[in-house]
Design a protein around this ligand. Structure first.
Ligand SMILES: O=C(O)Cc1cc(O)ccc1O
Ligand SMILES: [Fe+2]
Length: 433
């Protein structure tokens, strides 16, 4: 298996990149010459409408051994526990919800077969988000996958992923993330034998970097730290399956060659990775607890300004220095709905029960905040500078209510007593009267 240090990347966010695995494969000065070099086929791949504004337009030209059209008809593929928004199989309760990590499978299970939907919102393929988890113990064999319903933001929690994509190869380990555009074909190898993590399937506008406002021209996630792969191709014949998720359904077709046969590409739509430790965290150096939007890595915007389809927010290691301040998250009720996961360590609002690989869901107007014991500690803490170490929680935040799946509500991993973490909050007012 390829080692991470053998891979090369193109640095930057939102750039038009060009890369060729064989010198001379990229046409110069035009996109579709009468004959492409080396007998390659030209194929345009668009992940925004042709007419999208120039700064948001995403399309890539592939120069490949065979066009993607060289494939069989599709037939149904087992749906498993993969679901899409809207979730109508069970009513969505406004309850606080939390889950233990998904156990590793006992049977050989690859990335695609292991996908389980915990929640989804919006309308598949158009706007909204699907929230999935994976727990796999086998590399994908003779099988490739693409998602026609949205881009995939993959957040590994345990075990690295080696992603062989049409655009090239990416290695992501826990602490890194990647985004795979809608439609890009890929297969997943597991360098560590097993892997577990979270996925936000973004049906809406492709993710971009949030504005920096008065912070200026540097900080938060910096463009130069995003990495796209260089072109790499497989020229192999054989019996292959191409699985796809399309309009919420799972389908499969046959191929007699590898679909990862792109020798060169130029464009603005490509997978990219980001190391979360590169996030330049901003926070108060005086008092009070800022809104968590200050930790936004990537955002998918809607037509309503400032109201995201999906924000990807992290809670990284950082110094806490706020004076005369209750430092953990305050108690709150929000318009925006919050799905949270934990990559490693402990999250400051929840020292118990929110485990690496686990998840919580606090939907629109569902009240939450620090558990009772954290309230006691933080209200009485000596407020010297304190470094939060070895921790990385994240949030998928959306304007649309995350509807849990039937599996999520019925699963034995669901912590039915989660709400009890608030039951010991005392009436101090009466004591102090
Ligand atoms: O609910 C949470 O833990 C996420 C969160 C963190 C924070 O610091 C402020 C608000 C918020 O929703
Ligand atoms: Fe919250």
């Amino acid at each position: 298996m390829i080692r991470p240090d053998e891979l090369q990347y193109l640095n930057g966010f939102g750039n038009e990149f060009e890369t060729e695995a064989k010198e001379g494969a990229l046409p110069i000065g035009q996109f579709n010459p009468q004959k492409v070099a080396f007998g390659l086929y030209a194929e345009q791949f668009s992940t925004t409408a042709f007419t999208m504004a120039r700064d948001k337009n995403r399309r890539t030209w592939f120069y490949r051994i065979r066009p993607s059209a060289a494939q069989s008809d599709y037939r149904p593929f087992p749906q498993g526990l993969m679901r899409s928004g809207p979730i109508t199989e069970v009513p969505s309760p406004p309850n606080l919800l939390r889950w233990d990590p998904l156990p590793m499978p006992e049977e050989p299970t690859d990335f695609v077969s292991s996908l389980v939907t915990l929640a989804a919102n919006g309308s598949v393929g158009v706007q909204g988000v699907g929230v999935h988890v994976y727990a796999a113990n086998q590399s994908m064999q003779n099988r490739y996958f693409y998602n026609a319903d949205g881009e995939l933001l993959i957040v590994p929690q345990q075990g690295a992923l080696l992603l062989h994509t049409e655009s090239g190869i990416l290695h992501i380990a826990p602490g890194e993330i990647c985004v795979i555009p809608r439609g890009i074909k890929f297969r997943v190898d597991l360098p560590d034998g097993t892997a577990r993590g979270y996925i936000a399937e973004n049906y809406g506008a492709p993710m971009i970097l949030p504005e920096r406002g008065p912070v200026g021209s540097n900080g938060f996630a910096n463009e130069r730290d995003f990495q796209a792969p260089v072109a790499a191709y497989e020229d192999i014949d054989g019996d292959f399956e191409l699985v796809c998720k399309f309009n919420g359904g799972m389908f499969v077709c046959d191929l007699d060659h590898s679909p990862l046969d792109v020798v060169a590409w130029v464009g603005t739509s490509y997978p990219y990775k980001y190391d979360l430790s590169r996030f330049n965290t901003m926070n108060t150096v005086s008092f009070d607890h800022p809104d968590p939007s200050i930790f936004t890595v990537l955002t998918s915007q809607t037509d309503t300004e400032g109201t995201a389809n999906l924000d990807f927010v992290i809670f990284p290691p950082r110094w806490m220095v706020a004076e005369n301040t209750f430092r953990p998250p305050w108690y709150h009720r929000n318009l925006m709905s919050e799905f949270m996961g934990l990559i490693e360590g402990v999250y400051d609002a929840k020292e118990h029960g929110f485990m690496p690989g686990g998840a919580s869901l606090h939907n629109c107007m569902t009240p939450h905040g620090p558990e009772a014991v954290v309230f006691e500690q933080a209200s009485n803490a000596d407020l010297k500078p304190q470094r939060y170490e070895d921790t990385m929680a994240f949030m998928f935040e959306s304007r649309f209510i995350f509807e849990p799946t039937e599996f999520a509500l019925q699963s034995t991993t669901r912590q039915r007593e989660y709400h009890a973490c608030y039951s010991n909050l005392k009436n101090y007012f009466r004591e102090q009267k």
